[in-house]
Write a protein that binds this ligand. Sequence first.
Ligand code: ADP
Ligand code: MG
Length: 658
Amino acid sequence: RPRPCLVDDEEGGVLFYSTPPPSSSYGYANLEKQRQRLPVFKYRTAILYLVEYHSTVIIVGETGSGKTTQIPQYLKEAGWAEGGRLIACTQPRRLAVQSVASRVAEEMGVKIGEEVGYTIRFEDKTVQGVTKIKFLTDGVLLREMMDDPLLTKYSVIMVDEAHERSISTDMLLGLLKKIQRRRPELRLIISSATIEAESMSNFFRTRKKNDGHATDDNGLKTEPSILSVEGKGYPVEIHYVQEPVSDYLQSAVDTVLLIHEKEAVGDVLVFLTGQEEIDAAVQILVEKASDKTSHFSGLLVLPLYSGLSRSDQDLIFSQTPKGKRKVVISTNIAETSLTLEGVVYVVDSGFSKQRFYNPISDIENLVVAPISKASAKQRAGRAGRLRAGKCFRLYTEDYFVKEMPAEGIPEMQRSNLVSSVIQLKALGIDNILGFDWLASPPPEAMIRALEVLYSLGILDEDAKLTTPSGFQVAEIPLDPMVSKMIIAADTLGCSEEILTIAAVLSVQSIWVSVRGKHKGLDEVKLRFAAAEGDHVTHLNVYKGFLQSGKSSQWCYKNYINYHAMTIRKAILAGFFSHASQLEEYSQNGMYKTVRNSQEVYIHPSSVLFRVNPKWVVYHSLVSTDKHYMHNVIAIDPSWLIEAAPDFYQLKRPNPAIF
Ligand code: ADP
Ligand code: MG
């Protein structure tokens, strides 16, 4: 698929998409040259040698040096994907998985989803027997272990971005170490931007002094080896604010405008914390840029956070048109996971969204919290990729020196552990406290998790998964409580409502809080309120939304987040292959499934029976006198392409409706 690119629009600096000519062999040769210019290229032979002779290799290298995109290709070139084996590379973030996979496919001149594929939750773009390099989230690899505990299809597993210390990465490292004991031929590569390489290496030093052998039975060195890739970062000048800022969003916007006014050409990367904030900042800057008479019209402002569409992601990487300055406003995904080439200026708010859990109160929050010095250094480093750059920190030097913590806390130590415990249990790890953790989780959180799972009937008195409930819950990739709720709804006959509720629960909030308008919101809430509580209230809101004809204006009037109301997409994400279309002149409500044009009908138990929306997605098919779709939701067909572009384009070569 040709990627869209940024085009300078004469009409006032608004960007639009254009499809560049198909890449010629010249483009390919050019990419090959780019590959060879990356710092990691000089280490190609060394890396391959180490992987050949060591069971575990730790690779440390600055962001942008080529670790993620190049090392899997080197491994493939050296034959590690031959004989039906696979090379895996894990990432903590879904967006990074998609982005690096498509980059690698492009570099190799292949179609994404074939030789180079990826898997994230609800989306698998790999083909068995064809895919050789597979990018996936650390969470997905953990799930794969439930079917294949020794991960036998992989010859090499690269655990990337290990410094992020995501909860899944930590669990993976402990489990992979176990797997290696049973599969000594499996090679591990642990790679990261900054790492306490020593502690990681100690962790993997399996056979300690007891037998004194430095090699195992296969002649592999069991001692992990560490390789440092020398980066080529340019110096970055750091600027601090003189006085603490009260509103970092406003301050970030002002700083961008100032940079545009005072500084030489070069793109700007701004670190804020989340989608809402980023959208707000983008909006202010886009308004400035739309004034054709001002010199701010030279700004091209783009958001970057997970959940962006593919074409929006591609725009981020497109070359900035001449005479323009690209401003990318990002979450900390651009800190180490993705590298944007033209950045010369970084604006660092000093904050990111982080998860915090209090086992005593059992409350887990995603909160805006100060970043660590290590993160601040990484963020600044993003300005020195092209040439010497500048980093504008929206906090004082005093704060940086005296108050900012040196390192972040691993996610494992600040999370609710319910999901982790259930996964480990499903993998047969019974003694969870005795598990080989890279950093031990807090015992209070562990005890709390065991209590919760016992009370849900997911664990029995011996702390083993119950059959079938425990194993069913373990298989659904959702919060165990939500999974349990969905399973229970099936027997209680309220799956439709529960799925709506589950979907509502999966969005942050369905209400919009407008500064100074709390009273209005409270009144609206009262109108929808159900005596049964919030869940049913959500259901009422959702019903109201449907009655309004899904009007965005209705949402606005009622302080309801319109985007949150399109939650049925969340369900769709899991069940996109279960879509059916109403036959055009059908008198009796006949649908045809998209997958194989099977005749199906909405089950009389469904609230949509007789409503017969044009497009639906069903939960399951039940055959009695006819094939009935059970648990049906109405959808907008465009969501299908959004949820699973390849599925629908491949399966429906002649998609008249799209
Ligand atoms: P690392 O993993 O060491 O941080 P990467 O392998 O991600 O480095 O990136 C190597 C180089 O490839 C970077 O210079 C980056 O700009 C470039 N690159 C990565 N992804 C893309 C993309 N989607 N589009 C264009 N360039 C990319
Ligand atoms: Mg990387």
